[in-house]
Each structure stands twice: as structure tokens, then as C-alpha cells.
Design a protein around this ligand. Sequence first.
Ligand code: FAD
Length: 691
Amino acid sequence: MKSLNVISNHFTVSAPIVQENLLEKYRSMSNLDVKFLNKLYYGNHELEMKQLEKVLIENPLFKTETQEELSRQDEREVGIKKMRVIFDEGRRIVEPSTLYNDPQRFLIFGLPTLIYNQAIATKFSVSFILYFKTIDNLGTEIHQKYKDRLIEQQSDVGCFALTELGHGSNVRSIMTTAHYDPKKEEFIINTPTDLAMKFWIGGASQTATIAVVFAQLYIDGKSEGPHVFLVPLRDKRTFEVLPGLIIGDCGKKNGQDGIDNGFIIFNNYRIPRENLLNRFSNVTKEGKFETTIPNIDKRFAVQLGSLSQGRLMIIGSSPRLLGYATKIALRFAAMRRQFGKPDEKEEVPLIEYPLHQYRLFPLVASVIACKITGTKVYEMWQDCLPELFDPESTKVPEIHAITSSLKAIHSWIAMRGIQECREACGGLGYSYYSKLGILRNNFDINQTWEGDNNVLLQQTAKYLIDIMQALVKGKKVQTQTCHWIKKTPVEGQQNETTTEEEFLRGENLYAVFQHRTNLLLQKSGMKLAMAMAQDKTANPIDLWNNTQVFHLNALSKSFGELFIVQQFHTFIKKLENDELKTNKDTKEALSKLFQLFCLSKIEADLGTFRDGDYLTSEHGDFVRNSILRLCGELKRHIIPLVETFYPIDELMDSMIAPGSGDLYGSIVNKVYGAPKVFQRIQNWEDIYLKK
Ligand SMILES: Cc1cc2nc3c(=O)[nH]c(=O)nc-3n(C[C@H](O)[C@H](O)[C@H](O)COP(=O)(O)OP(=O)(O)OC[C@H]3O[C@@H](n4cnc5c(N)ncnc54)[C@H](O)[C@@H]3O)c2cc1C
């Protein structure tokens, strides 16, 4: 009561201060073409996405996330309820089956859910991409009923059980076994050691009724490599774990509390023969193994197909989540004043500081760059779909290489960017109610799951080295992403631009990234070849590992960045030649963001670009000067631009980024209204009275 009096006095005593609405001021500085930008962000799927968004705004179950201080268990229980509502409402808007084969549509339709709560979005990904797509990709007609149970009857909750305690990246070596018993026509699943227990399985510990389980198939004691089985986990009438299984929870994590990640131990657990997903391999009643892909490694690669779709989701969702974070941080930067000049009444808004611009504006450039790139990759994926399970396809290894690199780059850009946004909002950014910490902690795992970033980059490097070797041998190579590869040495070449203007031309910036990637490819190839020539007895795996740092790892990152630059450059060319039509402000903003994206990436790795004096120290000055100039010029566009980023105000849910522009009103309201805000500590007597 006393506290409430203090507040009411506070409100009545102090005279209201009329302050300039800074957010409005910055919003009105540029006239961006919102329709054009929305088309760029959402393609043709904006309307259906908006319908789902309405559900999240209007249904009271989805009242803002940050008002709730839920326990881990509550979060899981509420999460599953919310997931059901989203699924039921969602299917009234879009037929679910149209989403699963169209990652772009899946991403855009799922955007309100992703922004609202990443853990609920993860539940959808696990159930409908990892579990469903594995059955869809690897099953046959006999498995249709499992897909129906998930989608039509909603009587199953599926999970994806690949990782084990002992093997996460090297999943080819998983240890769970599936022995065929011809007498009973069943597989017997076992966890031979602690290391073989399935671990981290999303949904397993409390909610999933069934799993797709990866296990080494044995027939008559002979290993046929990893295969995938449908394995019931719970009695659906009681939700008790079925006999022969031990299932438990993996414990508290750094984020994604709404997901019940669990471990599964199999003890002579029997499943019918039909539960083998048998599109590419089959076991007859008598126990004869048949396969259309004789090579075990190629067969395994095909079985991991649903993970590729998971990676596509990360490629698409990373810039959306970073976009959300930049919208929070830049709104805050527009409204928050710190320091000033002695002769001026008002302090200076953070957004005016060149240092603040340098920290945040390149992130906005990355959001646009990665969105454009994501759309291109989704097109490539769609193009590749008819060949997805053809072991001889040249498109499949290529899409795998590019998605592996981009999954890593996009998730790193987003993770580091969200953290920068958090720091750019100071102490208020550290508040739970800013949403930035929630965003960061939940996002973090994207760097690890669906393939650890650094491990994935090795797969990209392998593809690039293979392509280069084929080219050197004079073979014809079919590729959409590697036309930049040069067979003649590039070391020693110099960038010939002599003015800042020449340097900033799109063609030149693109050439700069091509040069770095060629240089790293040639150096990596050379290092591998020399090491092999010097020691013919050396193990190729050792040589490969010894060539990672500064070479293959850097090469794969460079390749991914080159691809992003290429896509952004192509887009800007279409703007310049009016193939894409928009207004002057939008053209100017996007063109400058393209330059800023390229320059900030060059600046971050100037050492490599300077290798062999390809770029001179004068070019280094061009880069730094241009970054500063571009940031200044972009200032008038940046707030209007982040205002077009998702989400709309009703889903913003950040106390430090109110759309009204009333920063301090928003903070005071939120903090005063938070649970237990004026409550003394419960055990205060223990502190002061008990000795
Ligand atoms: C919250 C959460 C949810 C998950 N959900 C699921 C799920 O639903 N289903 C499922 O099957 N799995 C799931 N996973 C597992 C996830 O896919 C794995 O954690 C991931 O693949 C990485 O494997 P790992 O954890 O064993 O890491 P490790 O393979 O042990 O890697 C550890 C580190 O070593 C590095 N490293 C590994 N190999 C090399 C090498 N050759 N050279 C250089 N460096 C190397 C990696 O870069 C990494 O930094 C989940 C994990 C988490 C944390």
C-alpha cells in the first residue's frame, strides 16, 4: 500500500514533461515503399501469414510472453496447448500438406509463431519437418497412416531421434542397434552402452508418442549401416512410457525451455518389420536385405534428407529474428538520449552517434542480404526436389554445400547481431522485458543443431575441393554456384580500382569477394597437395584436419559470403535497370545497404583481402571511410526500414521499443506491473532476525 502511495504521489507531483516524439521524427525521414519491401520479405504469402498473426493477437491464450514468469514445466504445458491452437487455426487457413514441400511458405506462415516464441516454432519444426519429412522422404505407402495420425487425426506427436550421448556430429557412428528376428518378423532395438542412448531428442521426455529412430541395422549379425525406424514411445491412453524403454529428461538448458528434450534407452524393444522406413532399403520377411542404393554412405546421406530442410529453416529464420532484434535496438536508439553538448538543452539520441550507427546499421544490411539469399536458396531447393533422392544428381551435393555454408553464416550473423543489439541497449537491453535476452538464448542453439556450424563448413569445403579438382583435370562441371572458380593462380593479382567510387561499384565489390574465395580455394588445395606430396604415408584425415584453420574453414565461410554478395548484387542490378520497380528512397536505401554489407564484411577480414596486396592500405581507407559515410547517409532510412521488419506492434512485446514512441512510459508501466514488483523477500526474517 505504501508503495502504491509513493507511485501515485510520483505521478501527481511531477509535472508532465512534453517531449518530442523522436520515433515519429525518425520514421518520417524517408518515404520507403512498404508494399515493395513486404513483397521482398514475404513473397506471395503475406495474406495467409497475416491471418495466423490475427489468431496470436486476438486469442487470450497468447497474451504477451514476457508478462509470464513460467516454470519450465508450465512453459512446456502452455507451449503444447498453444501449438495445438496454432495448428488447428492454421489448417483452416492453409492446407498443411502444401506447407511441407515449400520451405518458403512454411517459413512465412510460421513467422508469427517464430517471433512469438521460438520454442513453439521448434515444436513445429521437430514434428512437421524432422519427424514428418523423414517418413515422407523414406517411407512407403504402408507408412501413410503415420502421416495421417500426425496431421489428420492428430493422435501422434512425433520426434526425431538421431543424436546419441556419444555421437552428435559423427552420426554415421551411432551405436543404437536394430537386429532383425525373422521368426517373429520384428526388429529388436537396443542401446548397448550409455553412449548409445538417444540424447537431446526434442519432445521425447514428456510429449512425443512416437519417434523416428536412427539405428544400425543388423541382419544375421551383418551390419547394413544406419537405417530409420518408426518406434512408438508411449501408451496413448495413459501417456506412460512403453515397456522396454527408459525415457527421461535432459535437464535445464540455456534456452528453449518449452521443449522437453529427452534421452531414450532401448532394452530389447521390439517393433514390427513394417516399421522400417523402406523406400530405399527393405528387409524381406525371411530376412533378406534389399537396397536401391548399395553404397552405405550414400544411403545414409539420403536418410539425412530431412535435416537439410531443417537447415533451410535456419537460413530463413535467422534474418527474421535478427530483424526483430534490430527493430528493438534501433527504436531504442532513436528514443534514448545520452550525453549532449553544453550549449544544447537536449541530450543526443543514441542513433546520432557514428559509433552506434557503425554497430547497428551493418546488421540491418545483413538482415536484407540474408533475406534475399534465403529466397534464392529456397528456389534452388525447389528446383532440386525432383532429384533429391537421386544419388547421381549433381544438384543435390551443390545444394547441400551451399545450405551447409549458409546455415552456419546466417546463424552466426544473427547470433552475434542479437548480442550486439542487446549491448547497444545498455542495461535496459539486459532486462528480460526487452526481449533481447530471450531472443538470444533461444536462438543460440541454431549454431549447433541440424549440424554444428564448424562441422557443416567442412562438408562445404569438401564439395569445393572436389569441384576444383574436377576442373583442374579438365572435367566438365555442372554448377550454379561455382562459376567464379579460376584455374589460373590468383595470388599476386591486385584490385585495380583507384578511387572510392570505383571501389564501391557493385561489379568491383562482387569481384573482391570472388578473389578472396579463389585465393582461399587455391591455397587450401595447394596446402593439401603439398602435404600429401611431402608425406605419402600421411593419413588423409590428418591432412584434412591440419588444413582447416585459415584455409578450408575460412574458404567455406568465404564461399557463403560470396554467394550472399552475389544474390544481393543481382537484386541491386535489377533495381538499377528497373526490372524491379520501386521509389527513389527505397532504391537508395537498398543500394547503400548492399555497399555497407560488402564493406563491413571486407573490413572484418581485411587481413585476408590484403593478402598478396590484392587490396592496398589505400583500399583499406576507402573501406573505412565509406562505411562511416554510408552509415551517416543511411540514418534517415534506417528507422523507416526497421519499421517494415517483422513483427507488427501487437507482437513486439518489448518494453524498450514501444511503437508509440513513449519509451519511459512503456518501461515504467511494464516494471510497475510486473509480478511481485513491490514485494519484500519472503524469508526476510532469516536474514535479519535469526542468528
Ligand atoms: C536443445 C537441443 C535440441 C536438440 N534436438 C535434437 C533432436 O530433436 N534430435 C536429434 O537427433 N538431435 C537433437 N539435438 C542434437 C544436436 O543435433 C547435436 O547437439 C549437434 O548435432 C552437435 O552434436 P554434439 O552436441 O554431439 O557436438 P559434438 O559433435 O560433440 O561437437 C562438439 C564441438 O566439437 C566440434 N567438432 C566436432 N567434430 C569436429 C571435427 N571433425 N573437427 C573440428 N571440430 C569438430 C564441433 O564444431 C563442436 O563445436 C539437439 C541438441 C540440443 C542442444
